[in-house]
Design a protein around this ligand. Structure first.
Ligand SMILES: Nc1ncnc2c1ncn2[C@@H]1O[C@H](COP(=O)(O)OP(=O)(O)OP(=O)(O)O)[C@@H](O)[C@H]1O
Length: 345
């Protein structure tokens, strides 16, 4: 649906003051999928998304949306393209002097639709986002989540093929975020809309994006299925971004006691990751049996990434050679992914 081919974007006129915001981006966004772009502040996420609707032009390379190269479009071509692309924002960008209905109607008025056609379109859209009864309310009378629902209805008014989301849930509390993500997921499934979202919130990507790309200082450093990238991050930036996710961190009290090498009477601390088929099996009880030694469970989470089950358990057991050999054998047989985090006395 969207392809970035060797895209570079530089800001600034003369050579000395030039800043390279994007550097050789190759990325393809699958039709009908929800794709997340994550990265730190200033990594280039907004610039990337602004190239898609032609608010910025690439310095070199091509941005292709639904077969059309954005860089080659005239002003009227860009207007046509923008009708195919809906956009939602962190701060909703609603017009305060217009009611919910009038905000959603705006893109249709601009497109020149007659009043009756506008009414026929806006009513169902307000129902779709669950705000059919708030049609005459002004933005100041709506909650953050309701404002974003109006933003989503407005973005869908011209029946776009692509929805761009720029930190759409970053100003919302976790519960409201969840309800907006549920709505986006439903729209994606029911309307077959392709969604490209940028966010610094890993939870958002984990919850709804099937695919993810990690951007760091203007370059894509990692990309793939969200489940694969989140369960086995390869790049240091990805690891750092994911370290804040629930369950990724060791409890502080244990982390402080952890030594890098075995000491006298030590126990080894291991993170065991369960995913795919292994997430469904009673492997913990089997592991305890196989080791024939006490196992302490230190931390653990069972969760879903992009709809697939995933578990992470931090355990400690005796670091004697016999127990370690039995553990190794068990991990080999079961295909469990493990990581030795350190040793405690
Ligand atoms: N018009 C501009 N002129 C000069 N530099 C710019 C311009 N727009 C963006 N930049 C620079 O490009 C880099 C990438 O900015 P961008 O807004 O794309 O990052 P971001 O990942 O979206 O950050 P954030 O999460 O903070 O919004 C930043 O260093 C920014 O200062």
């Amino acid at each position: 649906m969207v392809a970035f081919e060797a895209v570079t974007k530089r800001f600034g006129r003369d050579d000395e003051n030039q800043f390279t915001a994007l550097d050789g981006i190759d990325l393809s966004v699958a039709r009908g999928a929800i794709t997340g772009i994550i990265g730190r502040s200033g990594a280039g996420k907004s610039t990337l998304i602004r190239l898609v609707n032609g608010l910025e032009r690439a310095t070199s390379g091509r941005v292709v949306v639904d077969g059309v190269e954005v860089g080659g479009l005239s002003e009227s071509g860009l207007r046509d393209l923008r009708r195919e692309i809906g956009m939602i924002f962190q701060h909703f960008n609603l017009l305060s002097s217009r009611t919910a209905f009038e905000n959603v109607a705006l893109p249709l008025e601009i497109a020149g639709l007659p009043a009756k056609a506008i009414r026929d379109k806006v009513g169902p859209l307000l129902d779709l986002v669950g705000l059919g009864d708030k049609s005459n309310r002004y933005p100041s009378e709506l909650s953050g989540g309701q404002k974003q629902r109006i933003g989503i209805a407005r973005a869908l008014a011209t029946s776009p093929k692509l929805l761009l989301s720029d930190e759409a849930t970053s100003a919302l509390d976790p519960e409201t975020t969840q309800s907006i993500l549920d709505l986006l997921k439903r729209i994606n499934a029911e309307l077959g809309l392709t969604v490209l979202l940028i966010t610094h919130e890993m939870e958002v990507v984990k919850t709804i994006a099937s695919d993810v790309a990690v951007i760091d200082r203007g370059r894509i450093v990692e990309k793939g299925r969200t489940f694969d990238v989140f369960t086995d991050p390869k790049h240091e930036t990805t690891r750092a971004l994911l370290s804040g996710l629930a369950g990724a961190k060791l409890p502080e009290a244990i982390a402080r006691k952890l030594a890098a090498t075995p000491q006298a009477v030590s126990r080894t601390v291991v993170r065991v990751t369960f995913f795919g088929e292994t997430a469904q099996q009673p492997l913990v009880s089997r592991l305890i049996q196989e080791l024939g030694s006490e196992v302490n469970i230190i931390a653990g989470t069972i969760d879903e990434i992009a709809g697939e089950p995933y578990g992470s358990l931090v355990i400690a057991y005796s670091a004697t050679p016999e127990v370690l050999a039995r553990a190794e054998r068990f991990y080999r047989q079961t295909g469990l992914q493990t990581e030795v985090l350190g040793y405690v006395a």
